[in-house]
Ligand binder design. Structure first.
Ligand SMILES: Nc1ncnc2c1ncn2[C@@H]1O[C@H](COP(=O)(O)OP(=O)(O)OP(=O)(O)O)[C@@H](O)[C@H]1O
Ligand SMILES: [Mg+2]
Length: 372
């Protein structure tokens, strides 16, 4: 038996996932470019999240895949077949939306049966599939309830059941947990992950919550102004952000603005006002003399008081602010030249603590910073 056969139950609920390919997709509404030359190749069974601020084109991208919007340029393929000519109901794509509420006048059973009736499935088969899918989402026996008799989390589970009951090969989820409180959201994130592992369906998930994206996704496509700025695994995006936008949108980042003074092998030397020369791994495409920002995560910076070290960048500053957060202290350090750094210091013995106004020398490994 293959591994896939052990962990997946495609014959029961959920087909094996399809490959989805966006090929230079564009969507214009008059002068507005909602989606701008988006290309994205999603592997069968992959969990890909579109992450981005409001208005960045996430929903529009899903709507074009579902068939409710028509691209103004480009082509979408599902398993190598162009889908432009396929009507929405024949695309075999399940959907769960934050505002795509259950039909309030129908019971849970009737809600779930709806997509099956549209597909002319027989009565006893509908009853069996409804029972199976309710079991899958952890709500067995809920057929007779009305949506208003369910909690918010239960309603979203039923919405997931309704989206899965016809064995779609692709499941689209647009902020499905946006209306729920934090604890329930975290719980359902894990449930959706578990469902994905079990079914092997391809999931395209939309959120503007970066933590949710990091926890759930195989890959994250960071969207900004209708474009994909960067697409990669959670650790790639966190550790190797290619743009300032990505570094800011995923996790917290510091930026020190300066000029790339010279390159020496794999190391670039950045001259920053008042800070002298700082080193960072060099990136192709940045010429000496160009303005650059050196970016470093707050948890990579240490308070460092024993002189310079060959693999560290060190700068002297003054503690401008300190906040005690329990497991760590968060310092804002004012640097000569007017720039600021945020650093996070763990709260444990051996880690010196500082007060506002203290002089502080901070350092970070050359390997832990990036140029953007
Ligand atoms: N029907 C429409 N007519 C005109 N402009 C539209 C239409 N639908 C979307 N837009 C515009 O396209 C852009 C992308 O919208 P979209 O709904 O895809 O964003 P989003 O990333 O889903 O945002 P949010 O996080 O707020 O849901 C926005 O500027 C929006 O105003
Ligand atoms: Mg949206």
């Amino acid at each position: 038996m293959t591994v896939a056969a052990q962990v997946r139950t495609p014959e029961k609920i959920g087909g094996l996932g399809a490959r989805v390919l966006f090929d230079r997709i564009e969507k214009r509404y008059g002068p507005v470019i909602a989606v701008d030359e988006v290309s994205l190749d999603i592997a069968p069974g992959e969990f890909v999240t579109l992450l981005g601020p409001s208005g960045s084109g996430k929903t529009t991208s899903l709507m074009m895949l579902a068939g409710f919007e028509i691209p103004t340029a480009g082509e979408i393929y599902v398993d190598d077949d162009p889908i432009a000519a396929v009507p929405p109901y024949r695309r075999n794509i399940g959907m769960v939306f934050q505002n795509y509420a259950l039909f309030p006048h129908m019971t849970v059973g009737e809600n779930i049966a709806f997509p099956l009736q549209m597909r002319k499935i027989g009565r006893s088969e509908i009853a069996r599939q409804t029972r199976d899918v309710l079991e899958l989402v952890g709500l067995p026996g809920y057929e007779g309830r009305y949506p208003k008799q369910l909690s918010g989390g239960q309603q979203q589970r039923i919405a997931v059941a309704r989206a899965l009951v016809f064995n779609p090969r692709v499941l689209l989820m647009d902020e499905p947990l946006g209306a729920l409180d934090k604890q329930l959201r975290e719980h359902l994130q894990l449930e959706i992950k578990a469902l994905h592992d079990k079914l092997g369906v391809t999931i395209i998930y939309v959120t503007h919550d970066q933590e949710e994206a990091l926890v759930m996704s195989d890959r994250i496509a960071v969207m900004n102004n209708g474009r994909i700025e960067q697409c990669g695994g959670p650790t790639d995006l966190y550790d190797e952000p290619e743009t300032r936008f990505v570094a800011t949108f995923i996790g917290e980042s510091n930026f020190i603005d300066g000029v790339l003074a010279r390159a020496d092998g794999a190391i670039g030397y950045v001259e920053a006002p008042g800070l002298g020369s700082l080193r960072a791994p060099l990136k192709p495409g940045i010429a000496a003399g160009s303005p650059v920002a050196l970016t470093v995560r707050p948890e990579k910076i240490i308070a460092h008081d024993n002189g310079a070290s060959s693999h560290l960048n060190t700068v002297d500053g003054t503690v401008a602010d300190v906040v005690f957060v329990g497991e760590m202290r968060r310092y804002v350090v004012a640097l000569p030249g007017g720039q600021r750094l945020v650093l996070k210091a763990q709260n444990r013995s051996g880690v010196q603590s500082f007060n506002r106004g203290d002089a502080i020398r901070v350092g970070w490994s050359v390997d832990d910073c990036r140029l953007v």
